[in-house]
Design a protein around this ligand. Structure first.
Ligand SMILES: NC(=O)c1ccc[n+]([C@@H]2O[C@H](COP(=O)([O-])OP(=O)(O)OC[C@H]3O[C@@H](n4cnc5c(N)ncnc54)[C@H](OP(=O)(O)O)[C@@H]3O)[C@@H](O)[C@H]2O)c1
Length: 186
């Protein structure tokens, strides 16, 4: 986003990751997050969600969230990136997005979506980073080494300079890191 261009919204990656950079175990399991969700602290999640106008997610994340039961993002339009013809349950406000990331950005602008939550997973994040379509990264770092799994950041063909916006530390060892993409210089 060019500073001062108020017509455009922001796309924010918001994920939880292990300290060694995994968003899920090798089989996609995220139950290592459960212990932290049970403590009555939501790490700013509800506040973040209240500001979200639209959600973008990859099809594997979509299928996993569906498998958990009731759809958690009731009032937020969701675009599921896929080339497949996935079934979408009638009570889930999601549409399949078969276009490019660039076309998605244009569609979000057309809909005046100010804040888009890039929910993940890693494959979709890579697509968005390649298209320079990520404005912020909010990474909730969980104090665990998973040793293996689905890496949040894989190989990218370019460098992405980041500016640290904030850090927040929780008593249980979770650290929230927020970065803006783009260079401000050290
Ligand atoms: N810890 C967290 O906060 C967090 C957050 C989100 C997800 N996760 C975990 O991440 C895992 C899933 O991540 P993942 O990286 O394996 O998969 P993903 O990004 O959720 O989904 C990948 C799929 O999205 C589609 N896709 C990606 N980029 C696309 C593009 N540019 N255009 C069209 N379609 C595109 C493709 O779907 P098709 O193959 O259908 O064409 C691709 O196979 C799950 O285990 C989930 O639990 C964790």
């Amino acid at each position: 986003v060019i500073a001062g261009d108020l017509s455009m919204g922001v796309t924010i990656l918001n994920v939880a990751a292990s300290l060694d950079g995994y968003i899920a175990r090798p089989d996609g399991d995220v139950s290592w997050l459960d212990a932290y969700q049970a403590e009555g602290e939501d790490y700013g999640y509800r506040e973040f969600l209240a500001g979200v106008d639209a959600i973008a997610m990859g099809s594997r994340s979509f299928e996993q969230i569906l498998s958990f039961g009731a759809w958690p993002y009731v009032d937020i339009p969701c675009s599921v990136f896929t080339q497949r013809d996935l079934p979408v349950p009638g009570d889930v406000p999601a549409v399949l997005w078969r276009g490019s990331v660039e076309a998605f950005e244009a569609e979000m602008e057309r809909r005046h979506a100010r804040t888009v939550w890039l929910l993940g997973g890693a494959a979709l994040l890579r697509s968005f980073l390649r298209a320079d379509a990520v404005d912020e990264l909010r990474i909730v770092v969980v104090p665990i080494l998973l040793g293996a799994g689905i890496a949040l950041f894989g190989t990218l063909e370019k460098e992405v300079p980041l500016t640290l916006l904030s850090t927040r530390q929780y008593p249980n060892g979770i650290v929230e890191l927020r970065y803006a993409t783009g260079k401000s210089g050290p």
